[in-house]
Ligand binder design. Structure first.
Ligand SMILES: CSCCC(=O)C(=O)COP(=O)(O)O
Ligand SMILES: [Mg+2]
Length: 231
């Protein structure tokens, strides 16, 4: 089947794992107490703080919720509430130019080329949609948001679940087989393949010094950069 749309992951795929782990996560961890104190009463923030409290046995003080969230950052939990709150905190970091987001040098040129060839481009990341827009809007390669036709986060479902990809295909409005999913995580690619999507494992040397070859690819086509992806 011809590929008509490309769905890309972010961390480990367009951008380095170390940018997320060494820049974004520590920034959110540090800023959380001040953010909750300053904005914890805003309904859009309160809703997520309450969701975290509920998962920890119900009513609890904001200071406890902050500790829980910081623990989740340390564990790299892909929890929707954490991701939504992180996105709001990173907005301040991007706006005050504390950082720009890392983009692998091959990512933006390939995305532009695919778009010029008529492909529709989409993002699917555990990071919230607002966080995704910020990341692509303030990247080392400039504002790339205009390249994308749509954005998906874990509100559509977990990245290792087949049904999430079926929902994404339905929302994009293409047969699953006409969508190519790019990710660094084989379990995500397995779920996408189960739903009928085409897949390519992005195996970047900087993020994965031990190449994933043979059985480690789970049978997915492997590319070490976007330049190697054949569409
Ligand atoms: C888009 S914001 C930063 C990324 C993030 O928080 C994250 O958890 C990345 O997960 P991914 O699904 O892109 O590997
Ligand atoms: Mg990833």
């Amino acid at each position: 089947m011809p590929i008509r749309a490309i769905l890309t992951d972010i961390e480990g795929t367009t951008s380095s794992i170390s940018f997320v782990k060494d820049v974004l996560f520590p920034y959110a961890r540090r800023a959380l107490p001040g953010f909750v104190a300053a904005r914890g009463r805003e309904p859009a923030v309160r809703k997520w703080l309450d969701a975290v409290a509920l998962e920890n046995g119900g009513v609890c003080q904001d200071s406890v919720v902050v500790e829980v969230l910081q623990g989740w950052i340390d564990q790299d939990r892909k929890h929707t509430a954490l991701k939504a709150l992180q996105g709001m905190i990173w907005a301040d970091g991007y706006k005050s130019a504390d950082f720009t987001s890392h983009m692998y040098p091959d990512a933006a040129p390939a995305l532009r080329q695919w778009k010029d060839q008529g492909q529709r481009l989409y993002v699917y990341s555990s990071g919230s949609v607002p966080a995704q827009r910020l990341l692509f809007g303030h990247s080392d390669a400039g504002d790339l948001t205009g390249l994308f036709s749509g954005w998906f986060d874990t509100e559509v479902g977990g990245k290792r679940e087949r049904d999430s990809y079926a929902r994404i295909a339905e929302s994009i409005g293409l047969p699953a087989g006409e969508i190519l999913f790019l990710s660094d995580v084989v379990e995500e690619l397995d779920a996408a393949r189960e739903a009928g999507l085409a897949t390519v494992l992005i195996d970047r040397l900087d993020d994965y010094p031990q190449p994933r070859e043979g059985e480690a690819t789970h049978g997915h086509t492997r590319a070490v950069s976007f330049a190697q992806v054949e569409v």
